[in-house]
Design a protein around this ligand. Sequence first.
Ligand code: NIG
Ligand code: FE
Length: 412
Amino acid sequence: MKILLKNPGQIVTVNTSGRNFKPGKSMNDQDILTNHSIYIENGIIKDILPNSSANRIKADEIIDAENLLVLPGFVECHTHSAFAGNRSNEFLMRLSGKSYEEIAEEGGGIISTVNSVRQASYDELIRLLAPRIKNFISQGITTLEIKSGYGLSYYDEIKLLQVINYYKKNSQIDIIPTFLGAHTYPPEYKNDHKEYLKLIVEELLPYIRKNNLAEFTDVFCEKTAFNPEETDLIFTKAKELRFKLRLHTNQFHSIGGIEVALKHSAHSVDHLEVINDGEIEKIANSELTAVLLPGVSFFLDYNYAPARKLIDLNATVALSTDFNPGSSHIADFHLMMSLAALKMKMTAGEIISATTINAAKAVGMNNILGSIEIGKQADFALMNAKDISEIIYNIGNNLNVMTIKKGKIIYK
Ligand code: NIG
Ligand code: FE
């Protein structure tokens, strides 16, 4: 199938070639093309050519880009979208002064969603996830990571991963399943952490590998969840089983998670709201992608991760909603971009890199998507904007009007 995407406004390529691929740097003018068309064959970008030569191409199909701003399809690299129930009661408790951590210590928080997920059937979870994926697609997202982590038993973690894998097979976008069985200790193992670790390491990880239910293993390294030694134990086994690794760390306390992520060559460290200068330097001097989640800071009314310091030291920074029922009940990807500008002082160019190529790097897909380059997947977000500044300027307004995945219009 030969497709020509004709008549775009600006094309923001986020081109990585010829540059030392250390994204997180602001983009420069070379990354913006005007008067160009994109030629696609079998879902892959075959050429990016001046309009004058595009007329000679014989395509099976022409997509009129209607003078819209063309961006690489967005990569939403960190979500907990597969859940049941809601925690609006906890939101009210927080408004009257209780903290997120206090609520968790009293048996609410993650455990409250675990109770809802355990009660929900596979079919119910499938039904709940569908509109969430649809909503992301309508915002120009063409690659989406989804974590388990609200089952926390053998049966319920596998149930959640099967739900996510159902959409990996049956949705129009790339879905990346991540196993987060180490999200927190479930009540039945509250006084027997060793047994729960055994369940993860000896039963869940091998089963998930054998049935290919997850690409990544993630852990929440935090005082109220898993300490660095426990994280190390899980990562050691996960790596042995060829899982790629991610880590929730430095959300409330700096307890040594970054060092464990470095030791095991994890793909990313996520959160980083509480981080010291030494840790920032370690990330900047490594291959880790720092996945920053401004929705969490906004939703919990808490500090923002130091994006500026990270980027100025040349760290790779990605952005995500962290969409989940407790710490960021916000599925608005574009709001994250505005928050990154307003609260983290990221430039428009840095924000585009952070939501495309750098986010692709966090999920290990930067070689096949995340930028508009020959040989990459033809994934695009077409927005009703003349340039990228309008995206962050329009708060609460979805400017995406067309989403294209592997050359096919999946939202218009
Ligand atoms: O990324 N920090 C740990 N996990 C999630 C929140 C999960 C929840 O509150 O349900 C996060 O913020
Ligand atoms: Fe998260």
